[in-house]
Structures are given as structure tokens and as C-alpha cells.
Design a protein around this ligand. Structure first.
Ligand SMILES: [Zn+2]
Length: 213
């Protein structure tokens, strides 16, 4: 493992997690999340606890086919991808950029809707964990340089104690049928449902590059 842009080693992380509240299985999961994320971001550490909790509440394990929604694009999707194996690529992870630190997890269903578990960071419960509380609120009182270690220790000490859950109902995502359509502007093909008016996204609202030659 090479060091990322933050000072971090799996050994230091293991030492920090070596407390009774963090099971050996969860320690492994946290290490995998951190390796994938490239550094132990507080959000990915809390995310590991969130996914672990949601799996237990759902009575599911990562071997099963699961579907997830992340309510923020920051950090949390990586914990979901690594632990629950709902990924952007397998299309079982949907990131809804609401800006809340919450996830919803559900299993396979042949109905239009299904029951799911939503796990979120509970602001009331955060009051007992002042370092996490100041970090989470993006307060000027949080000083990364001096409080990073204390924050990490507090996250492991807190574990699920900062989380709450609710049982919710979500829509079941179904596979879409599609045809291949050629964009008249660039000559490349896209699925018909991706066409914007008469051209593809790259020739329209999703243009992100300029041809150099
Ligand atoms: Zn085009």
C-alpha cells in the first residue's frame, strides 16, 4: 500500500480501530474502504459503520444482490461500493446529491416498490461526540491539523451511536429497453433515451471536451 496525499498507514488505522466496539469483520471492511478511497476520510469511516448497520437491519449480506441510494456524492458512495457492492458500474448505486449523510439499502423485488432501510447521521446523537459534531457541521472550531486524530478515534468509539434508521419504501428500478441512435452532429451512437432533442449529450448540455484536431 502506498501512502496517499494524507499521512496514513493500514497499521495506524488498525491500532485506532483496536477497541471492543469494532468487530474484526468491520475492521477488515474499514481497511478495504480506506484502501479504495485512498485515505481514511472521516466520511468513509462513518460510511463503513452506516453500511454495516444497514446490512444488519435489512438482514442481508454483501453476497446478495442489493440496491443502494447515497444522499451525498462525498465519501459515502465508496463505503457502499466496497462493502455492499452496489456500484456505479453495476447500476445498483444511485447517488442523489441532496447533501445529507444518509443511505438507503434494499434487496431485489419484483414489485414496483419495496421496503428499504434508511440509515442517517443523527444530529441529536452527535451532541455526545463533540469532535464529530464540529467536523460534521463544518464549523470553524474544527481544525484538521490538530483534531484529525481525535476525530478518527471518536468515530471508532462512537460507531453506530451517532446513527439512526427508519424503515422506508422506495421505487424499484427496472431495466430500460433501448435502441442505438446515431447523433447527426458527431456521428457517434448513444441509447435513444439519452438523445437531447436531435443530438447527443456531448454535442449538447453535457459537452465537456473540445476536439484538438
Ligand atoms: Zn453528438
Amino acid at each position: 500500500m502506498t501512502k496517499g496525499h494524507h499521512d496514513y498507514s493500514p497499521e495506524a488505522l488498525a491500532a485506532s480501530m483496536n477497541i471492543p466496539g469494532v468487530s474484526p469483520e468491520l475492521r477488515d471492511r474499514v481497511q478495504q474502504c480506506v484502501a479504495f478511497h485512498t485515505y481514511p476520510a472521516p466520511g468513509v469511516l462513518i460510511g463503513a459503520f452506516m453500511v454495516d448497520y444497514a446490512l444488519e437491519l435489512l438482514g442481508a449480506n454483501p453476497e446478495q444482490k442489493l440496491y443502494a441510494v447515497c444522499e451525498t456524492p462525498k465519501c459515502l458512495p465508496d463505503a457502499v461500493q466496497v462493502i455492499a457492492r452496489c456500484t456505479t458500474g453495476n447500476q445498483r448505486l444511485r447517488v442523489v446529491p441532496i447533501g445529507k449523510f444518509a443511505i438507503t439499502l434494499n434487496g431485489v423485488s419484483d414489485q414496483k416498490t419495496t421496503d428499504a432501510i434508511r440509515v442517517y447521521v443523527d444530529l441529536e446523537k452527535l451532541k455526545k461526540f463533540p469532535t464529530i459534531d464540529t467536523w460534521y457541521a463544518n464549523s470553524p472550531a474544527y481544525d484538521k491539523a490538530t483534531m484529525k486524530g481525535a476525530l478518527q478515534d471518536e468515530i471508532f468509539r462512537a460507531g453506530r451511536a451517532i446513527l439512526s434508521f427508519e424503515r422506508v419504501q422506495v421505487g424499484v428500478r427496472s431495466k430500460r429497453k433501448w435502441k442505438s441512435v446515431t447523433c447527426p452532429s458527431c456521428g457517434e451512437t448513444v441509447p435513444d433515451y439519452m438523445i437531447e432533442g436531435d443530438h447527443c449529450g456531448a454535442c449538447g448540455s453535457m459537452k465537456y471536451y473540445k476536439r484538438l484536431s
